[in-house]
Design a protein around this ligand. Sequence first.
Ligand SMILES: [Zn+2]
Length: 68
Amino acid sequence: MKKYDVKCPFCDTVNKDLFLEETHGWMICEKCQRESMSYKYITENTTKVPVLTFEQLAHMSRAGIARK
Ligand SMILES: [Zn+2]
């Protein structure tokens, strides 16, 4: 499982070796204990799962590429 180093947006402390996949991008800062979501994790993981409209999905399904 991939580990992430995330800088806290509140206090700028770098939280190391976080398993963001388990928390879906959320982390609790070890210093200030505030919750935040890693922008880096989100951008990395949303590019792999593009958001499609229903029309696009229907089109892909008809074209036979949705099950690829
Ligand atoms: Zn913090």
